[in-house]
Design a protein around this ligand. Structure first.
Ligand SMILES: [Zn+2]
Length: 434
């Protein structure tokens, strides 16, 4: 379907930090075909007048665990390790494909409504997650979270590794790259060197990215140093975990300048999860220093179990204000910095250089934000309003891969009533008891 957006204000996020006014943007099939001040030639099946609307690339949620939406608000008030061991792990043990699908669909609905077009997810029951992603219409990097607590192990028979291999064969690159598979080590503190070595090799041999939780809490980081005499980034580097050419390191709260040198050199992106880090009392990642050191930084929500809302605008706003406050510097992280982390830098982190930017030839992952809303009026500066004033309910349209999947509060690919019923009647009783 050919769609033309006219009279639109566009933040292309192409690195130049410019705003186009009264522009035309054309989309044909999954791609953007035209961006500019003049109307492109040709016929369009739909012409959308965008007066009062601002277009920008859809957001890339670079670290999440979609099915954990079922655990929103469960076990609140604990530190990470108590929360995981006493609440989350026992609940997760009861999940099945059906409940994972219901939790995923619910999480996706919330993200779509706040402008997310692409996610990097780490979890279990990945086929069920991919099924919901494809129904919803987003793009996703999917990683099977693998933990290993024994040395009696084989990569070809250990369940998480077998599933990673099957996922890679079945789904990596599916539908023109809509689905990508990332290799995964859940974290240094939840695995053994044999896994690091084998998973690193699997990623290299199959040209996959790598997704790992890194230095999220002080105790995790310190205990790793006591065990190995090195930080998590450094010890995983020794076993080849980062040698595949692209990796997502979620959290990075306690990473060091020496770690950042490795991260820059090995193309390891930091995924900043400020909400989750603050809620669990983990700390504040040194994002401005990492950016200065040349590390690519993306933004993530983490699971809804530790957030507890997937309004991506709240993450953008928090990332932007947090570092200014901590660093006592109003320019520590600018509005444009925060928007780039959420779009073009997130896309790069996921190995998706064909999205995250509004430009001809790119995948049409884009959103329209209603700037006639009271909280976005007046507008002296679009980037300032988007980062510090907007919220998810200002999203008027979400287009993923050239398809409108959400418009004016309506989900066009998801049946919200059915999702609610599946969560309430089937998933919650299974996981938490009737
Ligand atoms: Zn996580």
């Amino acid at each position: 379907m050919a769609i033309l957006f006219q009279s639109v204000t566009v933040l292309p996020m192409d690195g130049e930090r410019k705003v186009l006014r009264d522009a035309f943007v054309a989309v044909e099939g999954e791609r953007i075909t035209h961006v500019g001040p003049t109307r492109p030639a040709g016929d369009f099946e739909r012409v959308i007048d965008c007066a009062g609307l601002v277009m920008l690339p859809g957001f890339v949620n670079a670290h999440t665990h979609l099915p954990m939406t079922l655990m929103r608000g469960y076990g609140g008030g604990c530190d990470l390790h108590t929360w995981l061991n006493d609440y989350i792990f026992p609940a997760e043990a009861r999940l099945d494909d059906k409940s994972v699908a219901a939790g995923t669909a619910l999480g996706l609905a919330e993200m779509i409504a706040s402008g997310v077009t692409c996610v990097a997810d780490m979890y279990d029951h990945c086929d069920a997650i991919i099924g919901e992603i494809l129904k919803a219409g987003l793009s996703a990097n999917i990683a099977r979270g693998v933990t290993l607590f024994t040395d009696d192990y084989s990569f070809d028979s250990f369940p998480g590794c077998v599933e990673t291999q099957e996922l890679t064969r079945r789904w990596n690159g599916y539908n023109n790259g809509q689905i990508k598979v990332d290799a995964c080590v859940h974290g240094e503190y939840t695995s053994r060197p044999a896994l690091w070595k084998d998973m690193g090799a699997w990623a290299r041999e199959n040209n996959l990215g790598m997704h790992v939780h890194v230095s999220e809490t002080r105790s995790e980081h310190r205990e790793c140093q006591e065990r190995w005499g090195k930080t998590p980034i450094q010890v995983l580097d020794e076993y080849g975990v980062w040698d595949c050419g692209r990796a997502l390191a979620a959290h990075c709260v306690y990473t060091t300048p020496e770690d950042w040198v490795i991260m820059k050199e090995k193309h390891i992106s930091c995924v900043h999860n400020p909400w989750s880090n603050l809620k669990l009392g983990s700390g504040v990642a040194p994002i401005p220093a990492m950016v200065k050191a040349g590390v690519n930084v993306a933004l993530g929500t983490d699971g809804m179990s530790s957030h507890n809302s997937a309004d991506f605008f709240s993450d953008i706003k928090l990332a932007a204000v947090l570092h200014n406050g901590v660093g006592k510097d109003p320019s520590a992280l600018s509005a444009w910095d925060a928007l780039e982390m959420s779009t073009v830098r997130g896309a790069a982190a996921l190995g998706r250089t064909d999205t995250g930017v509004i430009a001809p030839g790119k995948i049409a992952d884009l959103i329209l934000v209603d700037f006639t809303a009271p909280n976005l009026t007046p507008c002296h500066d679009e980037a300032e309003n988007l980062v510090f004033a907007a919220h998810g309910s200002n999203v008027a349209m979400n287009m993923c891969r050239g398809r409108v999947i959400y418009e004016k509060g309506e989900f066009l690919t998801l049946d919200l009533e059915q999702i609610r019923a599946q969560v309430k009647e089937s998933a919650l009783p299974l996981v938490f008891g009737a």
